[in-house]
Design a protein around this ligand. Sequence first.
Ligand code: KG4
Ligand code: ZN
Length: 334
Amino acid sequence: MKILGIESSCDETAAAVLDGETVLSSVVYSQTTEHRKYGGVVPEIASRAHVEKISTVVDDAIEKANININEIDLIASTAGPGLIGALAVGFSYAKGLALSIQKPFMGIHHIEAHLLVNSISKDIPLPYVALIVSGGHTEIIHVKEDFSYSLWSKTRDDAAGEAFDKIGKMLGFEYPAGKTIGETAIGGNKKFLELPQPLKNKKDFSFSGLKTAVYYQLKDRSDDWINSNINDICASVQEAIVRSLVDKTVMAVKELSCKNVVIAGGVAANKRLREKLEEHSSKFNFNWYAPPLQYCTDNGLMVAAAANHIHKHFGITKSYEDIFPSMEWYNKYN
Ligand code: KG4
Ligand code: ZN
């Protein structure tokens, strides 16, 4: 079954074609230049940029897949959560296209799509612990034997990606800063800044205190001092965020007696997170799985993969009929 997946929930206009387990194409247009000077995503600018790019991106995905649009069996698009104007562009475009070629349509949850991109050509044994770490979400989900979800813990304030981005902004990095912090941290001293471990023995995450701690440690320092210690500062910040993510994942593994961990979302691209999970996996006896780096941040393939998985296990009725800016997703199969 050939599925066209379309994503437009935030600042990426993306489309991909998946045929069973085979990726036929994946095209992502990132609106970095549009938003750069504002230091974050401007919703109105995002919607306009999606309108400008959506048909080119979808046409490109079809062309790169080397197929005709009529060969598509199902069209899926992100229904939420996300920026309402941005969601509306991809969702309406996808629904209209499905109508015009008379093929079924599925509305997909963005976070579920981040998770299910892991299902392509990988048979992850159930049950598993899913660590979802994106710019807007940080949560641990228990994925049970029947593929139903149960929320185990979540962030009480900022998401992990948001922590990277906000601290990055303090350090003068462009948005989004997660990847830059990760690259700048290479070879740095992880213990350079002494940073707190918020909610250390609790299941939930918290990152806003970390941001404040970094602020107070740097506020009386000169730009020269910050610049000459930037590798060490980034290594310390990254370590504090990753430590919290991995510690709570290990807590979930123990409490839920799971032998498998799946990571998903933009922060899943972080190399130190992957390295630390690898260290802990042998110590605590679990296997871990992550998407290929290019499918961690927003893309159309994750939407196609989620549609493929949901269609196969639950049928088309488990999709979303309309867009929604925010919505819980983990109760839908219970
Ligand atoms: O999943 P995503 O593309 O968008 C949302 O759904 O939010 O995640 C974007 C987030 C940003 O906060 C970005 O800074 C972070 O993922 N990110 C990273 C890395 N690559 C992207 N954070 C840490 N290390 C990375 N390599
Ligand atoms: Zn995302």
